[in-house]
Design a protein around this ligand. Structure first.
Ligand SMILES: [Zn+2]
Length: 214
């Protein structure tokens, strides 16, 4: 599958999961000096390869007819600064709600450690601005995801599939926080509990399939 097709398929998957709504949100993936990114105004649930434009790391169009998303600078900045292979930006319902209220998403559940711990909320700035891109890059430091104040979420990954999974995980965690908070004051995992999870995960290869020893 071409890189453009992969980005289109990831966009359709995220739309089907309810994370990309209408034309809101964008997806990019990098292969060497080629970054495939969704075009501006594309209905993401129906995204096809022709809706994805390939640009250089500085944003020059290399392939495709559509103008790249208005968040092109955000994607280029995160690709350059984090070295990630893929970037997913959404206005997903629970993530965006959390981004309107919280200063960080605390660790209630050990699965959040897959994102690197507390998820930071980047300061609000107008969409499409370098200020927003810089704030998001800083919030992503040592993390696989960040929230964007009063705007949405960003997830990255070593592969496009990982970035998609991280965006889905962040939305699940934001929904968990919402529901837990509705019931009362959630208990947070302590630093020691988090360290124990990491130790246990390393010892048991958590999250990977394993052959049954015979
Ligand atoms: Zn946005």
């Amino acid at each position: 599958m071409s890189l453009r097709e992969q980005v289109a398929a990831a966009s359709r998957r995220l739309a089907a999961e309810g994370l990309l709504i209408g034309t809101a949100g964008n997806v990019s993936a990098r292969e060497g000096d080629r970054i495939a990114i969704t075009g501006t105004g594309v209905v993401l649930a129906e995204c096809v390869a022709d809706d994805v434009t390939v640009v250089s790391p500085t944003g020059e169009v290399l392939e495709g007819t559509l103008v790249p998303t208005s968040e092109l600078d955000l994607h280029l900045c995160v690709h350059a600064g984090s070295g990630s292979a893929a970037v997913v930006h959404t206005h997903a319902p629970y993530s965006t709600a959390a981004a309107c209220v919280l200063v960080e998403l605390p660790v209630l559940h050990y699965q959040q450690l897959l994102l690197g711990g507390e998820v930071r909320v980047a300061p609000y700035a107008t969409f499409g601005t370098p200020e927003l891109a810089d704030g998001v890059l800083a919030a992503l430091h040592g993390r696989q995801a960040a929230l964007m104040a009063n705007h949405g979420s960003v997830a990255v990954g070593a592969t496009l599939a990982k970035a998609v999974e991280n965006a889905l995980l962040l939305e699940w965690l934001a929904a968990l926080h919402h529901r837990a908070t509705a019931l009362g004051t959630p208990r947070l995992l302590t630093e020691q509990q988090q360290l124990d999870v990491i130790t246990q995960a390393l010892q048991t290869s958590y999250g990977t399939t394993q052959e049954n020893p015979r």
